[in-house]
Design a protein around this ligand. Structure first.
Ligand code: GLA
Length: 377
């Protein structure tokens, strides 16, 4: 009897050790996520770090599907909006979690000139071009491979965008690498090359909700944006070209403020955006990733910092979410149930010679990095 108890206790202890070990080990698992409309398999990659933080990615649209991080009491929840399977992403029109390209954000009237030649793009957002056109990078299957960088676990996604695709010049070779490390950072590295001069502005369109599992709207989240200026827009959300100080406006987030505090102010820019849907000019952007924004949610204590090499940040407060999307676990995404922090070059840069350039030339290398870093307070 005694022996049996001893061996039972031993078994329980060994099982517990095995569980801790499994949880403590960085790993990637690949599983089936469904099929494209023409029957190609779509994969789901599950990345786990030593703290048990879990990130899932799919090669459809090089999208981030979920990020599960703890609240201040250690309770984990998913802080991204998304879908349960590939079919959801294939049907999506809101860019949930997706890699956006070739040009994230808007190009006025869907046209631009490069080296004297005019290029015409899809006008898929009123008279303007938005997020790469009718079938952008979010609407394709990427090649994916698991890689093992020194600091974490990663999946590298690759695609070739043909010369003339969606009206853009040049054969474009794009690699987007998603890394999860033990600092609870999700790092995205974008690299691209071209064989003809072209324009390019890649971003990720994840919708965050730090309450977890889309438990309510994001109006109680507090945000700090490290920017003294923003690019005001016209009614079609095309920048006027001005870099306007945020001081004295509801776009001043230099000190943390609740998103809902001024979102309904009758300030013309907020009326045009139907809330926040603007590009902030990040202070001191440069070669190394710098802090662009810090988002925190008071109830859960979850905090997310955004660091980037990009000069701009589009803060979009989910104004077009209207309860028509049924997402993960059947959850309906109501108005402002998620927010995006899209690191980028400024909208309409191809038509704004004074904005930082989005031109990529043959022989040049497009290279940007963005980090979403999670913690609690
Ligand atoms: C971006 C735009 C918004 C909207 C969303 C997608 O953030 O700036 O206006 O188009 O994408 O719904």
């Amino acid at each position: 009897m005694r022996r049996r108890i001893v061996s039972l206790v031993l078994m329980v202890v060994l099982a517990a050790i095995a569980t801790v070990h499994a949880e403590g080990k960085m790993r990637i698992e690949k599983s089936d996520f469904g099929k494209t409309r023409d029957g190609q398999p779509v994969d789901l990659y599950t990345l786990t770090n030593d703290h048990g933080t879990v990130v899932t990615l799919t090669n459809w649209g090089a999208s981030i599907v979920s990020i599960q991080v703890p609240d201040r009491s250690g309770k984990k929840a998913d802080v991204l909006l998304g879908y349960d399977n590939a079919a959801g992403y294939i049907a999506d029109t809101a860019y949930l979690g997706a890699t956006v390209g070739r040009y994230g954000n808007r190009i006025g009237e869907g046209r631009f000139k490069l080296d004297g030649k005019e290029y015409k793009l899809a006008q898929n957002n009123g008279e303007n071009h938005l997020h790469g056109g009718t079938a952008g990078f979010n609407k394709r299957l990427w090649e994916a491979k698991e890689i093992k960088p020194a600091d974490g676990v990663a999946v590298q996604m690759h695609c070739l965008s043909k010369d003339g695709e969606e009206g853009y010049p040049g054969n474009l070779d794009v690699t987007v690498t998603f890394t999860l490390n033990n600092k609870n950072e999700v790092k995205i590295d974008y690299v691209a090359t071209t064989d003809k001069p072209t324009v390019l502005n890649l971003t990720n369109h994840s919708y965050f909700n730090l309450l977890g599992d889309a438990a309510g709207d994001i109006l109680g989240h507090e945000i700090m944006i490290n920017a003294d200026r923003f690019t005001p827009v016209d009614v079609g959300l095309i920048p006027t070209g001005e870099l306007r100080p945020v001081a004295g406006t509801p776009l001043d987030f230099t000190q943390p403020k609740a998103i809902g505090a001024r979102i309904n102010d009758q300030y013309e820019q907020l009326v045009f955006g139907k809330g926040y849907d603007h590009n902030w000019v990040i202070n001191q952007s440069g070669a190394a990733p710098r802090l662009a924004a810090r988002l925190s949610e008071p109830k859960s204590g979850r905090v997310m910092e955004v660091l980037t090499t990009e000069p701009g940040l589009q803060f979009y407060s989910g104004n077009f979410l209207d309860g028509t999307i049924k997402g993960k676990k059947g959850k309906v995404y109501q108005h402002r149930y998620g927010l995006c922090l899209e690191t980028q070059h400024f909208p309409d840069s191809p038509n704004k010679p004074d904005f930082p350039s989005t031109t990529l030339k043959p022989g040049g290398k497009y290279q940007t990095t963005t980090i979403y870093r999670f913690s609690t307070k």
